[in-house]
Write a protein that binds this ligand. Structure first.
Ligand code: NAD
Length: 256
């Protein structure tokens, strides 16, 4: 295989779980994040052991300049792109009541979690469409990492819920726009996954786990998400564009 994937926020947490599985599946990877290259070199070296070509671009996807540079680097380095994984995202810096949410916090979360991925996808979609029109065999695919927070209310982090609900519509919009051109768009919707993002509230979720919140009685691991993304990126989910794959251990199954 000589296919390439771009994973935003790909050097830790869920993004790294995705990177591992895609590298093991034979993808060459462009990873992106906000940390400087020297801080992620050990992670890159461990991924290189799979034999994949691994490169890194430090860029803030919430900024146009960052997105433009990232797209230029990926196209220059690989001459094209097959799979875009929109994974980078943030929680609010502080959880606080909906009635006290600041505009600053709302803007920060929405710009990183929704506006950035939207415009990055817009740019790379154009590239994928061009490739598909000149090469029937070309495989392009877009995978968005959403969240069960798209449908599960948390009044302490409303801006996060709104951003992930928006990503649900973004997935459908691009699925419809690109579907006829043979470029599928999927959303993977994690439940509670053990990463830096959830480290501060780990105890709370462990208690909820013990009380039966998850049907499968454990928190998720980045590799759980990575496996699903790798299956989608393999092209084996045919005739399924626009679908949401919920990876939450049964958290969102309504129970009585
Ligand atoms: P994390 O904090 O461990 O990793 C987030 C990554 O995104 C980091 O590598 C960070 O550098 C990168 N990032 C943040 N802002 C960025 C920016 N402006 N530009 C480029 N990169 C940026 O978090 P995680 O738990 O691995 O989350 C990954 C994705 O999964 C997020 O979109 C998150 O909303 C989603 N998610 C997480 C959980 C969970 O329980 N951990 C559940 C559902 C969805």
């Amino acid at each position: 295989m000589n296919q390439s994937a771009l994973i935003t926020g790909g050097t830790r947490g869920i993004g790294l779980g995705v990177a591992r599985k895609l590298a093991e599946s034979g993808f060459n990877l462009m990873l992106n994040g906000v940390r400087d290259a020297s801080s992620v070199s050990a992670v890159l070296d461990s991924l290189k052991e799979t034999g994949a070509d691994i490169t890194y671009c430090q860029a803030d996807i919430s900024q146009k300049e960052g997105r433009d540079r990232l797209v230029q680097e990926v196209l220059d380095h690989y001459g094209g792109l097959n799979v875009l994984v929109n994974n980078a995202g943030v929680a609010p810096l502080q959880r606080n009541d909906l009635l006290d949410m600041s505009e600053e916090s709302y803007d920060r979360v929405m710009t990183i979690n929704l506006k950035g991925p939207f415009f990055l996808t817009q740019m790379l979609s154009k590239h994928m469409v061009e490739r598909k029109q000149t090469d029937e065999q070309y495989f392009g695919c877009i995978i968005n990492i959403g969240s069960v927070s798209a449908t599960v209310v948390s009044t302490q982090r409303g801006q996060y819920c709104i951003s992930k609900a928006g990503m649900g519509m973004m997935t459908q919009l691009f699925a419809v726009r690109l579907g006829a051109l043979g470029i599928p768009v999927f959303e993977v919707r994690p439940g509670v996954i053990e990463t830096d993002m959830t480290a501060g509230v780990l105890e709370k979720y462990q208690k909820l786990r013990d009380q039966g919140l998850f049907v499968e009685p454990r928190l998720g691991a980045p590799e759980d998400i990575g496996s699903v993304v790798a299956s989608l990126a393999s092209g084996s989910f045919r005739y399924s564009t626009g679908n949401v794959i919920v990876v939450d251990g049964g958290l969102t199954i309504p129970r009585l």
